[in-house]
Design a protein around this ligand. Structure first.
Ligand code: PMP
Length: 406
């Protein structure tokens, strides 16, 4: 499938809501037909459990599930499928990473995050620091309102156990140079475990975790055309091999009756219980969808829309609008948060919603960042493949009308 404006036709939701202007893909993307079909096919035709049954239907479920693990590994540049742990979502992945690393952290250590993190990549580390007595350090933002890379590296020292930061902030939209940041952190402390939250990068830019050289990378399927309830925690094989399981139950153990239970190999020993099988299989269809379009084409399309929207918003609102993040669309993903003087974000979102224009308003689960920006709330637009310049024109037209009402 080549990238064309017909892409919208792949998303059944537009048949139900032809006038929908969906500008909230950072919350979750819409789902293409092929993804819906894959989950339906599993549920209708072979909805058996994985890893257990010896009959053909269960083997088909297991094979399709495990093929999706391989597909995921190839899609993100992992060395092999052992580095892919399936979870319930990015939040679950980051919490799992924190629990896996807990036994390595002592009160002498420090854990670093940044002020622009989503709560899901902030609270697990803050809580881990509290549980272990380690120091919790928070790196600030720079003049572009992106992660202050120099500060993050300066704050890394020989006692730093974990450094957690996002590839793309869900508010700022700025693209962080992950490889460069990881390299500088590792030069400062080769033993620091680097965790990257890729929830807003997956599906929006090509990802190569081997190139990034991060130890853990977390994301959700639902932000990249997949279903909710599925996430991935990538972990470097050599590191995973050293870590004991933290969640116990079926599917992760070889011999549980013995006094010392024998746990399965990675990644299975980190996946206790029945997974979201249909969801994972549908995530495989989402990967195919992105590969068919080309993630670099998605990126180029979003960059064009971001540039257009930044120009149109400043053109329409001049000095009364504060556009958060880098001014150059090349430095940012398809996310634009803004504040317009005299217009409350919640009023904007509500009134746009009445015209079927979907945007987000609030703190976007990033309270520390909003405090750093000195703002209570922002309005956020976020783009994906199904958006067009017409969506942005419609938004601006309605925003101008709303300004007159408010
Ligand atoms: N990190 C970032 C940057 C996010 O934007 C989000 C979702 N808004 C998450 C983590 C958490 O994702 P989920 O709610 O799918 O677990």
């Amino acid at each position: 499938m080549a990238y064309t404006s017909d892409i919208r036709n792949h998303f059944p939701i537009f048949r139900h809501h032809p006038d929908l202007t969906y500008l909230d893909s950072a919350a979750t993307t819409l789902k293409p037909e092929t993804v819906i079909d894959a989950e339906r096919e599993y549920l209708e035709r072979y909805s058996t459990n994985v890893g257990r049954g010896l009959y053909p239907l269960a083997e088909k479920a297991t094979d399709t599930f495990e093929m999706t693990r391989q597909k995921t590994a190839a899609f993100i540049g992992a060395r092999n499928e052992k580095e892919v742990i399936f979870t319930d979502g990015a939040t679950a992945s980051l919490n799992l990473a924190a629990r896996l690393l807990e036994s390595l952290v002592t009160p002498k250590d420090n854990i670093l995050a940044t002020v622009l993190e989503h709560h899901s990549n902030f609270l697990p580390w803050k809580e881990l620091a509290t549980r272990t007595g380690a120091e919790f350090r928070v790196a600030p933002i720079d003049t572009d309102e992106c992660v202050d890379r120099d500060a993050l590296v300066d704050m890394t020292d020989e006692h730093t156990k974990i450094v957690a930061f996002s590839a793309v902030s869900n508010v700022i939209g700025g693209i962080n140079p992950v490889s460069e940041i990881v390299k500088r952190i590792k030069e400062k402390n080769p033993h620091a475990v680097v965790v990257v939250d890729a929830a807003q990068a997956i599906g929006h830019q090509p990802i190569d975790v081997s190139l990034w050289n991060a130890d853990f990378v977390a994301f959700s399927a639902h932000k990249a055309f997949g279903p909710t309830g599925v996430g991935v925690l990538f972990g470097k094989e050599a590191l995973l091999e050293t870590l004991p399981p933290v969640s116990f139950g079926g599917g992760m153990v070889l011999e549980s009756c013995a006094e010392t239970p024998k746990y399965r190999e990675i990644p299975f020993r980190f996946e206790a219980g029945t997974p979201n099988i249909g969801g994972v299989i549908a995530w495989g269809a989402a990967i195919d969808f992105m590969k068919n379009i080309g993630v670099e084409n998605i990126r180029a399309h979003e960059e064009t829309l971001t540039k257009y929207a930044l120009e149109k918003l400043s053109g329409a609102f001049g000095k009364t609008i504060r556009l958060i993040g880098p001014k150059d669309a090349k430095k940012r993903s398809g996310i634009i948060a803004f504040a317009i003087h005299g217009m409350h974000p919640h009023d904007i979102a509500h009134l746009l919603g009445e015209s079927n224009i979907c945007v987000r308003a609030g703190e976007h689960c990033a309270a520390p960042l909003h405090r750093a920006l000195n703002l209570d709330a922002t309005t956020r637009l976020s783009f994906s493949v199904y958006n067009s310049k017409e969506d942005i024109d419609r938004l601006i037209k309605r925003l101008k009308e709303i300004r007159k009402i408010l």
